[in-house]
Ligand binder design. Sequence first.
Ligand code: HEC
Ligand code: HEC
Length: 387
Amino acid sequence: MKFIVVSFILGILMSCNQSSTTSIEESSQQQSIRDLLELPAHISAPAVPEYNPLTAEKIALGRFLFYDKNLSANQTQSCSSCHFQALAFSDAVETPFGSTGHQLTRNSQSLSNVVYHSTFTWSNNGFLELEDQLNVPIRADNPIELGVTDPHIDDVLARFDSDPDYVKMFTAAFPDSETGASINKVIFSLASFLRTMISADSAYDQYLLGDTTALTEQQKWGFSLFNGEKFECFHCHTGINFSVSYRDSNTTEGTIQYPFFNNGLYNVDGQGSYPAEDQGLYDLTLDLADRGMFRPQSLRNIELTAPYMHDGSIATLREVIEHYARGGRLIENGPNAGDGNLSPLKSGLILPFVATDEEIDAVIAFLESLTDYKFINNPKFSDPFEE
Ligand code: HEC
Ligand code: HEC
């Protein structure tokens, strides 16, 4: 699968910050981000690009845009058509349909703590900021999501320019630029809203903050299995966001990791290939070794985001763990038949192991402790048109 993205230059709004930032300025910036996001003590401030400082006004506008079907060319879909708050901003389908009825090849991602990933989407080493990624759902023409392709841009923006409430919000969010909506302003506001989607109030967080009773004994056991050398999960799903694809405002440029792994889901030709419609990073790099390379997902709210994997091809957490315990998935029949355990391209960390039902139950119970009910009910992220 390939997203053919219309070429796009982050031109107009990018004003370089010439002044060299001192560490005092830096920490006061971090503090203002912490305040805006109401971050709890155990969560670091996210990285925010200098060209799009976080403001309450952009966040407020972004929230409206996220829920507004006027942001699709044919006015049938909004971001929230595939990203539902009740499901931690995923949907419940294997792969969704775009606004014109095209079925996408990838599963809709959860957006909880999305800002902490070092790259965006299931597999793209070029999307290093949310601002880069957002062109895809809005502008892509293959497959079409919201379908705001070149011939439709003016119509879509005119909808916002002719609505006095939006005119006010755009002016408040971008006081220093020409009035009126633009695709860049839309993207900058949506990115700002996405950066506020912090999920840090699960039972696991309470436990981290010192409440030793917040996890059951079974969940604590599951946590230690998850972090042990038999299950090996932590090698790729670690840290506060349970992904080695991680970055925050303290991560220095040279130390950011951009990890992608083949976790043995497919091996259709015995050489490690994935189904032709989506070979992961390979589709961008054309390097054969990149077949099946995907970003390790955050496991925050994972109980709510089934079905799993980049194509939604695993239905339950139990089956996910069974897949890992087997050292890769065996597909016996059909066009995708093959044994992932024998894939020459799967990561060396994906090795078969024997787990009892009780151990698997415990790991699932631990994963369920990452469900954050406050996040999925937080009015800050809800549909503003329903207020
Ligand atoms: C038709 C369904 C659909 C719509 C509409 C949609 N998305 Fe998505 N979203 C997806 C899918 C599928 C992916 C995974 C894409 C990939 O891996 O290539 C995704 C991925 C993302 C990601 C990357 C998450 C991560 O962890 O890296 C962000 C951010 C995102 N969407 C935000 C939005 C926003 C904002 C909108 C509205 C402008 C939107 N989406 C509209 C289906 C959709
Ligand atoms: C070698 C790195 C690696 C290891 C080890 C690993 N994972 Fe993963 N995990 C990934 C990658 C990469 C993906 C996405 C793969 C894809 O979609 O094709 C993933 C996906 C997942 C998903 C689905 C996420 C979603 O949103 O659909 C779950 C759940 C998961 N892993 C749990 C685990 C558990 C539990 C363990 C330990 C038994 C584990 N992982 C071990 C790399 C790893």
